[in-house]
Design a protein around this ligand. Structure first.
Ligand SMILES: C[S@@+](CC[C@H](N)C(=O)[O-])C[C@H]1O[C@@H](n2cnc3c(N)ncnc32)[C@H](O)[C@@H]1O
Length: 134
């Protein structure tokens, strides 16, 4: 079997800040990914998924990007770290503690909006989306 080749994933500063926040909130990181059948708390996206989000967001010049389930803001940070042109990002979490903490993380970035609520209702304000991460 050929040996797998992994390239290093560079973690942007805002993602590092979100990872720190996740630790403070007690939000599971699980960098190895969730095992099949895992029934525990929700976890943050792993760096490889984050890197994919980063590339997808970069492809949406001036786009409207949405995220259903902010969590500790790790996926949000990957998406936000490469918003292209006038692109904007709306992320929604039903957990007030998570949403308020992540809103504070992005308080200086006017392109990013974090809302508290059920995405079934709150996300309508941002539709249609060019990219939606669930
Ligand atoms: C797997 S975590 C999100 C991880 C995050 N997207 C990331 O990439 O790091 C799922 C999140 O969805 C939130 N959630 C669950 N049901 C929801 C709903 N109906 N509306 C909004 N948020 C919801 C949970 O509170 C939890 O924080």
């Amino acid at each position: 079997m050929p040996k797998a080749i992994y390239t290093e994933v560079v973690i942007p500063d805002i993602v590092r800040n979100a990872i720190t926040l996740a630790t403070q909130l007690g939000f599971p990181m699980m960098p190895e990914g969730r095992q099949p059948g895992y029934q525990g708390l929700p976890s943050a996206c792993v760096p490889q998924v984050g890197r994919l989000l980063h590339v997808l967001a970069a492809s949406k010049q001036g786009g409207r990007i949405g995220e259903q389930g902010t969590g500790a803001g790790v996926g949000t940070a990957w998406l936000a770290s490469w918003l292209a042109g006038s692109a904007t990002l709306l992320s929604v979490d039903i957990n007030v503690r998570y949403a308020e903490a992540v809103a504070d993380l992005f308080r200086d970035d006017p392109r990013v909006t974090i809302q508290t609520g059920d995405w079934h209702t709150v996300m309508h304000s941002g539709e249609p989306f060019d990219l939606l991460f669930y």
